[in-house]
Design a binder for this molecule. Structure first.
Ligand code: AMP
Length: 199
C-alpha cells in the first residue's frame, strides 16, 4: 500500500491521557494486548532508573518524591531514544505519561515527524468526583482526600494546556471513561479503529 502523507510503512504513535483513577492503566493493558503496540510509560521508566540507581534515577528520584516534574530536556532525550528502538519502530507505541507539558508535545511532534507524526491522543475522561470515589474505595494509605485533591489539581494544571495542544491539531479523542472496563474499551477501540483505518 502506498500513502501520500509520508506515513506509509510507519507504525502508530498513540498517546493516552487520563487523570489518576481514570482507568488509564487497565485500558493501556487492553490496548497493547489487542493492537501489539509497545507500552512506553515514562513513570515506569523513571521508577526503574530510581531502582537501578542510575544517574537519571538519582536526579529524577527527588523530583518525583516532591511530586515535581522531571525537566523537559531530560524527558525528551529519554523518549526520543526509546522511540528510536526497533520494537517501537516495528510495532508502534502507546505513550503513557508523556507528553506532560507542551514543550514535550512539541518535541514529540518533531521526533515523530519523519514517520507521519502522532496519530491520536486518547483522553480517558472521568469526572473528578468519580475518580475521587474510586481512589477512596481502593483505600491506599497515600489516598487521603487532601493528597488526592492535590494530585488532581496538579494534573489539571499540567494537562489542560496539553488537551488544547492536541485539540488544535485535531488529534484529541475524548473517550467517556465512566462505565465498566469492557464498555470503556469498546469506546477506545472504536476510536482506534477509525484512526488506524485513516492512516
Ligand atoms: P506517573 O507514573 O506517570 O504518574 O509518573 C510519576 C512521576 O514521574 C511524575 O510525578 C513525575 O515526577 C515523573 N514523570 C513521569 N513522566 C514525566 C514526564 N513526561 N515529564 C516529567 N516528569 C515525568
Amino acid at each position: 500500500m502506498s500513502g501520500t502523507d509520508g506515513s506509509q510503512g510507519s507504525s502508530p504513535i498513540v498517546v493516552i491521557l487520563g487523570r489518576q483513577g481514570s482507568g488509564k492503566g487497565t485500558q493501556s493493558d487492553l490496548i497493547v494486548a489487542e493492537y501489539g503496540f509497545v507500552h512506553v510509560s515514562t513513570g515506569d521508566m523513571l521508577r526503574a532508573a530510581v531502582a537501578e540507581q542510575t544517574e537519571l534515577g538519582r536526579k529524577a528520584g527527588e523530583l518525583m518524591d516532591r511530586g515535581e516534574l522531571v525537566p523537559d530536556d531530560i524527558m525528551c532525550g529519554i523518549v526520543a531514544d526509546r522511540l528510536g528502538r526497533t520494537d517501537v519502530v516495528e510495532h508502534g507505541v502507546l505513550l503513557d505519561g508523556f507528553p506532560r507539558t507542551t514543550p514535550q508535545a512539541d518535541a514529540l511532534e518533531s521526533i515523530t515527524a519523519d514517520r507521519g507524526g502522532i496519530d491520536v491522543a486518547l483522553n480517558l475522561d472521568v469526572p473528578v468526583d468519580e475518580v475521587m470515589r474510586r481512589m477512596l474505595d481502593r483505600g491506599r494509605s497515600d489516598d487521603t482526600v487532601e493528597a488526592i485533591e492535590r494530585r488532581l489539581a496538579l494534573y489539571e494544571e499540567q494537562t489542560e494546556p496539553l488537551l488544547e495542544w492536541f485539540a488544535a491539531r485535531d488529534l484529541l479523542a475524548v473517550v467517556d471513561g465512566v462505565g465498566n472496563t469492557d464498555e470503556v474499551f469498546g469506546r477506545v477501540r472504536e476510536v482506534l479503529e477509525g484512526v488506524l483505518a485513516r492512516r
